[in-house]
Design a protein around this ligand. Structure first.
Ligand code: PEP
Length: 248
């Protein structure tokens, strides 16, 4: 059984100062929490690392990674740099990067491999577009997105990572997959991973908030959430974390 995990993707919001403040507010919450992870922008990572220096129970990750190890790649950030800054995790294949930066399955697989080679745990983000769902292609799309990474690094390495199912039509739109829609895809992903994936953490992402979280977390193959908008306010995020801990 995979451990409950709540991850906050802070996207391109705020400043290093506001990110450090938000991190400190999360750290102030005492009591039982699920595993918590935050993903600030690159430039805010050092401030968040400093703010959480006495709170190693909150992990810090980056929102992107270069597939190159090092070299003349202006504007890119390597896995070694991220690990050296205090990151333990990194998002790969987020739908906003697939959409706005033309990241395809092969590039995402390269980034996944680069992350693991640097000792980082990737969160592999996968999901179908609205058109693909309307064409009932969601499982085929998910299968291809996972297969590209398995082909690159092998099944066991994929199972050692975290997978976030984020239907593109639900990310940042205010529209959430129904618990049944999400569970259908999550159980499909679990089946794709086979026995080796029994403990792999499978997160749902896409407009999670305090009102819809409990029903999503009640699904047997949803181990937690990747939260964007609702992670930008500590109280809202920790309310969702509480619902994950108390899930039925
Ligand atoms: C995300 O950024 O991964 C995400 C799920 O965003 P939101 O919760 O805002 O839909």
């Amino acid at each position: 059984m995979a451990k409950p995990l709540l991850a906050g993707n802070w996207k391109m919001h705020g400043t290093a100062t506001s990110a450090a403040k938000l991190a400190s507010q999360l750290a102030d919450y005492t009591g039982e929490k699920p595993e918590i992870m935050v993903f600030p922008s690159f430039v805010s990572i050092p401030a968040v690392v400093a703010a959480l220096s006495e709170h190693s129970e909150i992990a810090i990750g980056a929102q992107n990674i270069s597939h190159h190890t090092e070299g003349a790649y202006t504007g890119e950030v390597s896995g070694q740099m991220l690990a050296g800054t205090g990151c333990s995790h990194v998002l790969v294949g987020h739908s906003e990067r697939r959409t706005y930066n033309a990241e395809n399955n092969e590039l995402v697989a390269e980034k996944f491999a680069a992350a693991q080679a640097s000792g980082l745990t990737p969160i592999l983000c996968i999901g179908e577009t609205l058109q693909q769902r309307q064409d009932r292609l969601q499982l085929q799309v998910i299968k291809a997105q996972i297969a590209a990474v398995i082909e690159k690094v092998g099944l066991q390495n994929v199972c050692n990572a975290i997978i976030a199912y984020e239907p593109v039509w639900a990310v940042g739109t205010g529209e959430t997959a129904t618990p049944e829609q999400a569970q259908q895809v999550h159980s499909f992903i679990r089946a794709e991973l086979g026995e080796q994936g029994e403990d792999t953490q499978l997160l749902y992402g896409g407009s999670i908030n305090a009102d819809n979280a409990a029903a999503l977390f009640a699904q047997p193959d949803i181990d937690g959430g990747l939260v964007g908008g609702a992670s930008l306010e500590a109280e809202h995020f920790m309310n969702i974390a509480q619902q994950l801990i108390e899930r039925k």
